[in-house]
Ligand binder design. Structure first.
Ligand SMILES: Nc1ncnc2c1ncn2[C@@H]1O[C@H](COP(=O)(O)OP(=O)(O)OP(=O)(O)O)[C@@H](O)[C@H]1O
Length: 456
């Protein structure tokens, strides 16, 4: 604020006050002795791009990433804003290289924002309006910022990365809850759960628990587990940490990794059944011995063909249970698996995973979402056939989506729907054949047993 005040005093047109009842405050893009970029300018720009873009007539567009278009006021455009009943004007001005305006004698093209208001409102503007603009602007900028997708560096290579245990790139997955094919009531429930979590800071503090939530997503491949994680991240505006457990050497390293994650993030461990032997089921012989060891900590992973790793289920659960409560919260941890039945019940027990989400085969409601996304159709006479077939056979949303996608410019929605119907019929036929074969095999086995009995 003192810095801001300096700006105000430095650039207010004081002389104007005597003749002109309006006060002008100028916020240059570059300021200070070294002409560094002004924070206030950037915040005002974000504020105006969010609130003024609906009012300004001429806008400038810039595409920040593949998803978001940022609109801001064009040069020399003016917009009116209102605050606590006070009307004020913002304009974005540009001073060209050859301008003689004394503000920038040496500059190239320089931009600045000019705020104009009646001098009777000086107090409210300088004490609260500008604060409000800067705070809102910063929040908007944070929202527009590119989010990150982190992946852990194999712990065997950590010495190369100078203490950085995670590498990152831009997180640009386009999935949203809008494009996610899922039964609407289930989708709504998950969204509400996420919102409740996000707004639950005081609640978690009151009950003395770390501000985190665990989800287990399970279902066959292609039912949208990864898509769901992306939709969650986009919905909450969180970064994503994709934790590959097979390259983590032991629990200590797992701990180091988890402690380095930042708040407002989703930590994902995909295919948990594949990444580690976490089943905890009783095994035979040597396996059983190893399994006993697994209960103790640390343990050795024993499955054939895998590198030996000492990350354990108990190590993981300890973190989930709140080891990191000391380092601030707002973290979501998501496990995904294709085989929920393989997992140790300890992982699924209430409190450890807060919510189990089943991702299932495509139902008619899910199909409608995909048809809208891929073909832009809400209703079609062929929908009835699709509905009937989806009730009779199982197909993953990934396969339905694949069939719906137009393969060329000539293909219209009807052709795509017919291809899907054809694929569904084929799937139904194959499922029928398979079950016939299974029945025949079972009957054969019964007959063989019967003949052995007769023989004996
Ligand atoms: N429920 C869904 N809604 C929208 N698209 C989906 C859905 N399920 C699958 N898809 C489409 O299928 C592709 C594969 O799905 P995704 O990777 O999310 O499935 P998965 O369940 O994570 O599979 P896997 O277990 O093999 O990792 C996605 O890129 C997406 O285009």
């Amino acid at each position: 604020v003192p810095q801001l005040r300096m700006h105000i005093e430095g650039f207010a047109h004081k002389a104007a006050g005597h003749i002109n009842p309006y006060i002008e405050i100028t916020f240059p893009e570059y300021g200070g002795e070294r002409l560094e970029r002004c924070e206030a300018y950037a915040a005002i720009k974000s504020y105006l791009s969010a609130s003024a873009s609906t009012r300004a007539k001429r806008l400038k567009a810039s595409v920040k990433d593949t998803r978001s278009l940022v609109l801001s006021m064009d040069d020399n455009e003016e917009v009116v804003d209102e605050f606590e009943g006070v009307k004020l004007w913002w304009s974005c001005l540009i001073v060209s290289r050859n301008s003689t305006i004394s503000l920038y004698p040496y500059s190239e093209n320089r931009r600045f924002f000019k705020l104009t208001f009646h001098r009777s409102h000086r107090e409210v503007i300088t004490s609260s309006y500008i604060k409000h603009v800067l705070a809102t602007g910063k929040a908007v900028a944070a929202n527009n910022q590119l989010r990150k997708l982190f992946t852990n560096n194999p712990s065997s290579n950590w010495h190369y990365y100078e203490e950085s245990k995670w590498s990152y790139g831009a997180f640009e997955h386009p999935a949203t809850f809008d494009t996610l094919a899922m039964e609407p009531s289930k989708k709504k429930e998950i969204m509400n759960d996420l919102l409740k979590f996000q707004r639950g800071k005081e609640y978690y503090a009151r009950i003395g628990k770390p501000w985190k939530r665990g989800y287990l997503l399970y279902g066959p491949p292609g039912t949208g587990k990864s898509t769901m994680v992306a939709a969650m991240a986009n919905f909450l505006n969180y970064d994503v940490y994709d934790l590959e457990l097979t390259t983590v050497k032991d629990n200590t390293e797992l701990r180091k990794l988890l402690i380095e994650t930042s708040a407002k993030s989703i930590i994902v461990i995909e295919d948990i059944d594949c990444s580690l032997d976490l089943t905890g089921q009783r095994k035979t012989g040597k396996q059983e011995k190893d399994n006993h060891e697994e209960k103790a900590d640390p343990v050795k992973r024993t499955e054939k063909g895998r590198e030996e790793s000492k990350v354990t289920l108990s190590g993981l659960l300890n973190f989930i249970d709140g080891l990191w409560s000391a380092c601030g919260g707002e973290r979501i941890i998501v496990f995904t698996t294709n085989y929920v039945e393989k997992l140790d019940p300890a992982l699924i027990r209430r409190g450890r995973m807060d919510k189990l989400i089943e991702m299932s085969y495509c139902c008619f409601e899910s199909f409608k979402v995909l048809a809208r996304n891929y073909l832009g159709v809400e209703v079609h006479p062929l929908f009835a056939t699709v509905r009937q077939l989806l009730e009779e056979t199982k197909m993953t949303p990934a396969d339905v989506a694949e069939n719906l996608m137009p393969k060329s410019d000539e293909e219209d929605e009807e052709a795509c729907l017919e291809r899907l119907i054809e694929a569904l019929r084929k799937a139904k036929e194959e499922a029928g054949k398979k079950s016939e074969e299974e029945k025949a095999a079972a009957a054969e086995a019964t007959a063989a047993r019967a003949s052995v009995d007769v023989f004996l």
